[in-house]
Design a protein around this ligand. Sequence first.
Ligand SMILES: NC(=O)c1ccc[n+]([C@@H]2O[C@H](COP(=O)([O-])OP(=O)(O)OC[C@H]3O[C@@H](n4cnc5c(N)ncnc54)[C@H](OP(=O)(O)O)[C@@H]3O)[C@@H](O)[C@H]2O)c1
Length: 249
Amino acid sequence: MKKLENKVAVITGASKGIGAGIAKSLAAEGALVVVNYASAKAGADQVVADIISNGGKAIAVQGDVSKIADVSRLFEETKSAFGAVDILVNNAGVYKFNSIEQLTEEEFHSQFNTNVLGLLLATQHALKNFNENGGSIINIGSVVSNIAPVGSSIYTATKGAVDSITHVLSKELGAKKIRVNSINPGMVETEGTHTAGFIGSEFQAETERTAPLGRIGQPEDIALVAVFLASEDSRWLTGETLLAGGGVR
Ligand SMILES: NC(=O)c1ccc[n+]([C@@H]2O[C@H](COP(=O)([O-])OP(=O)(O)OC[C@H]3O[C@@H](n4cnc5c(N)ncnc54)[C@H](OP(=O)(O)O)[C@@H]3O)[C@@H](O)[C@H]2O)c1
């Protein structure tokens, strides 16, 4: 028996990177997967095609998590395709590093709207679709809330907020049998970290020099932790922020 047989999982920002890896791994364990994306339809369709060709079930649903109407539609489409939600992975996120001198209002709102408001809206709307058996909410934070890299004041603030929300909602939703945990990855090779210029940078080299396991992560490294937090194997965990960075802390 697979660990997530017929569980319904919504993964925000799953057209690429860590979200795509999590979507494929949850589907491989039997989950019915909703692959959310903001604009990369081709990427989301490819993730769905990969899942289906592997014998799984998935649909792609467009929706900007920072817009309440989009989030509402995301969960309506989820309900009509698969029924009640069992697992929500709040993965959609954006990051850009800049010094305090270069900080702009636009950049603040862009990162906070997706990483914090989007996570809250998706959680709020998902809650209407969980059934009495509860389920699992997995927030994707970051090791930055521990290591606080130079130039990351906005991004680290968003991920500090994610840690706080994980703690608060674990208390608020425990009575509904909904567990709320976060995975806080270290650097992972994704489309996003390529675009941001982290891959191939001194930041990557420094991470590899200092990480106890001597390398940066791949999406599958994070996806294995997501399967654990989504499944009954972690039934006694809630309110945890799991560092997943090969020992980076
Ligand atoms: N990679 C790392 O080193 C690392 C480390 C720690 C934490 N994280 C966190 O892990 C998560 C994923 O990062 P990643 O590196 O995999 O990023 P990525 O490769 O850039 O992928 C980001 C995903 O999020 C989606 N997205 C962005 N804004 C959205 C919005 N407003 N609504 C819905 N979807 C949205 C994108 O969809 P479209 O392509 O359609 O825009 C894409 O599917 C983020 O929360 C990030 O902060 C990453």
